[in-house]
Design a protein around this ligand. Structure first.
Ligand SMILES: [Zn+2]
Ligand SMILES: [Zn+2]
Ligand SMILES: [Zn+2]
Length: 259
């Protein structure tokens, strides 16, 4: 299987529009971060998008995504769902509907934000609406998408719950603060860990970088990639300062992994 990190930035993206700080003015390519999202390609070519944020169109063009068969939504925050309308492009290409997976809580947010797609006007006369099928799943357990088996678990993120998952050698944990003890055994010894670590300063609903590093150490992750980082995180100063086996995730990071 292959994984591509389509975006590694926090909800505003980096640079933040209008911000004059050094990181937002930086020309270093890894200080350009689209909203956090990922792409899983199965050996058959079946492709699962992880979150459809507001940068989806740009991400698909930049990373030459030609196929999306399914979407796994981690939660219903704007930076993870607002690209949903752009899934239409992949309906046009494949002439197939796209299966969208989320917990009941996540799908409720998606239905609210995109009521024109999921509850269309009977007399609608515009262009083709996105052709999406919603599938809910239990927050903790096994989720099968095509040939892929994902172990899903719930992560605390303020007053919403976020879906974290492990698929073989890879785990993806965005938008949360503090790992619930119940999720630890699922993550033990994971080879590639993508984990929210927004910045060094503490945050009420996201791990700090130090908290993320501690979780990675605790579960014995081989290789850790910090994601969902904000504009106080300068790639050139923070990345070299991270402990062995830990690095900042960056847009376009690609790796191969096994089931
Ligand atoms: Zn987010
Ligand atoms: Zn800034
Ligand atoms: Zn969030």
């Amino acid at each position: 299987m292959r994984f591509t990190l389509l975006g590694s930035g926090t909800s505003t993206g980096v640079p933040i529009a209008g911000c004059q700080c050094a990181v937002c003015q930086s020309k270093h390519p890894r200080n350009f971060r689209n909203r956090t999202a990922g792409l899983i390609e199965l050996p058959s070519g079946f492709t699962i998008l992880v979150d459809a944020g507001p940068d989806l169109r740009h991400q698909c063009i930049a990373h030459r995504v030609t196929r999306i068969d399914a979407v796994l939504y981690t939660h219903g925050h704007a930076d993870h769902i607002l690209g949903t309308d752009d899934l239409r492009s992949f309906n046009f290409i494949s002439r197939k509907r796209i299966s969208c997976y989320g917990t009941t809580e996540t799908l409720a947010s998606l239905r609210r934000a995109f009521s024109y797609i999921f509850d269309p006007e009977p007399m609608y006369l515009g262009g083709m609406l996105a052709q999406l099928d919603l599938h809910d799943f239990e927050p903790d357990g096994i989720l099968k998408i095509d040939e892929a088996t994902l172990q899903v678990f719930s992560l605390p993120h303020g007053n919403v719950n976020v879906t974290g998952f492990r698929i073989g050698e890879l785990a993806y944990l965005t938008d949360f603060k503090g790992l619930p003890a119940a999720a630890e055994p699922t993550l033990r010894g994971v080879k590639h860990l993508f984990i929210d670590g927004i910045r060094y300063e503490p945050h009420p609903t996201h791990n700090s970088i130090d908290e993320a590093v501690e979780i990675a150490r605790c579960v014995g992750a081989e290789r850790t990639y910090i994601i969902h980082t904000t504009h106080s995180v300068d790639y050139e100063t923070v990345n070299p300062a991270l402990p062995e086996g830990v690095e900042l995730g960056y847009d376009g990071l690609k790796l191969a992994f096994s089931a």
